[in-house]
Design a protein around this ligand. Structure first.
Ligand SMILES: [Zn+2]
Length: 287
C-alpha cells in the first residue's frame, strides 16, 4: 500500500508487519526496550465493510467476535498480553485514571466500570494502556527514569484544554516524573491540510494559544471563512511550554484523513468507520 507521508515532518513513524498485521511505531522509542508501544492500522484484522479489517471498537456496530479476534491479533503482533490491557472511556475530557493491577482487561476482556476517562497513566509493568482514534490526536508519554507511562486522547477540545499539561501533571504527582526526562510523541491523526474548523473553534485556539495568531503553520483563515488548524503543532507547543525538550518529541508524519485505506478517518469516511488504537506498556520483567 502506498503511504502518503507528511512532507514537513523530518522523521516519521516506521511501518511494522507481523503475521499480516500492520502497525506503526516511533523510531525514537527504540532506544527504550523496557517499553512496548504501537499504533494499529486497518490492516490484518477480520472485520468487514466499513470496519475492514482491524476495527478495535466494540461500540460502533461491528460484530463482537470480530473485534475480539482483532484485539488478539494486534496484541500478538505488538507483543503484549490482553489480560493486562486497559481501555480509556473517551468523552473529550481531560480526566485521567491511574491504572491499577485490577483494571487489567477492562474494555476488552471485561466491561469498563468507569467513564469519562481520556488519559491513562501507570507505573505497573505488564499493564498496557489503550486509547482509540479516528482523526483525534494520540499523546504518548514515557518516563524512563521513574519507569512510568501515559497515553491520552486529545481532539480539538482536549488540545484546547491542554490535555498534555494535565497528563504531565498527573505523572509528576503519581510518579515524581520530571518533564525534562520525559519522551513524548504525537500519534497518527488529522493533518492541518485536512482539518478545516469553524470560526468558533478557531477563536478558542487564538485565545488559548497567542502564537497561533502569527503562525500560518498553526492556523490560517481561508476565503470561505473557515480555518485550517494544526493539532500537531498545538500539542507540540503544550509539550514545550511544560518543559519537554524538543529533541524528546516525536511526530507521526502520517495523517489519518490523507490515508483512508490504511487508517480509519472520521472525516474521510463521514463517520462510517471503525476505530484505531494506540498501545503503550512497560514490559513485564523477564524472570
Ligand atoms: Zn491529511
Amino acid at each position: 500500500m502506498k503511504i502518503k507521508w507528511d512532507k514537513d515532518t523530518e522523521e516519521h513513524m516506521a511501518v511494522q508487519e507481523k503475521e499480516g498485521v500492520v502497525y506503526l511505531t516511533y523510531p525514537a522509542f527504540e532506544k527504550f526496550p523496557q517499553f512496548c508501544h504501537g499504533f494499529s492500522t486497518r490492516l490484518g484484522g477480520v472485520s468487514q465493510g466499513i470496519y475492514s479489517t482491524m476495527n478495535l471498537s466494540f461500540q460502533r456496530g461491528d460484530l463482537e467476535e470480530n473485534v475480539s479476534e482483532n484485539y488478539r491479533r494486534i496484541a500478538r503482533a505488538i507483543g503484549f498480553d490482553l489480560e493486562g490491557a486497559v481501555c480509556s472511556q473517551q468523552t473529550h475530557t481531560v480526566n485521567i485514571r491511574q491504572v491499577k493491577k485490577e483494571d487489567g482487561g477492562k474494555g476488552i476482556l471485561k466491561p469498563l466500570d468507569y467513564q469519562d476517562i481520556d488519559g491513562l497513566i501507570t507505573d505497573i509493568p505488564g499493564m498496557t494502556l489503550v486509547t482509540s482514534f479516528a482523526d483525534c490526536v494520540p499523546l504518548f508519554f514515557m518516563d524512563p527514569v521513574h519507569n512510568a507511562i501515559g497515553l491520552a486522547h486529545s481532539g480539538w477540545k482536549g488540545t484546547a484544554a491542554r490535555m498534555g499539561r494535565h497528563m504531565l501533571g498527573a505523572m509528576k504527582e503519581a510518579f515524581g516524573s520530571k518533564s525534562s526526562e520525559i519522551y513524548a510523541a504525537i500519534g497518527p491523526s488529522i493533518c492541518q491540510k485536512c482539518y478545516e474548523v469553524s470560526q468558533d473553534v478557531a477563536e478558542i485556539f487564538f485565545r488559548e494559544f497567542p502564537q497561533s495568531q502569527k503562525e500560518k503553520h498553526f492556523i490560517y483563515r481561508k476565503d470561505n471563512g473557515k480555518y485550517q488548524l494544526n493539532l500537531w503543532r498545538a500539542n507540540e507547543i503544550i509539550f514545550l511550554e511544560e518543559g519537554i525538550p524538543k529533541e524528546h518529541i516525536s511526530f507521526p508524519g502520517i495523517c489519518t484523513c490523507c490515508n483512508p485505506e490504511l487508517l480509519f478517518s472520521h472525516r474521510a469516511s463521514k463517520g462510517k468507520r471503525g476505530n484505531l488504537s494506540a498501545f503503550l506498556e512497560i514490559r513485564p520483567s523477564m524472570e
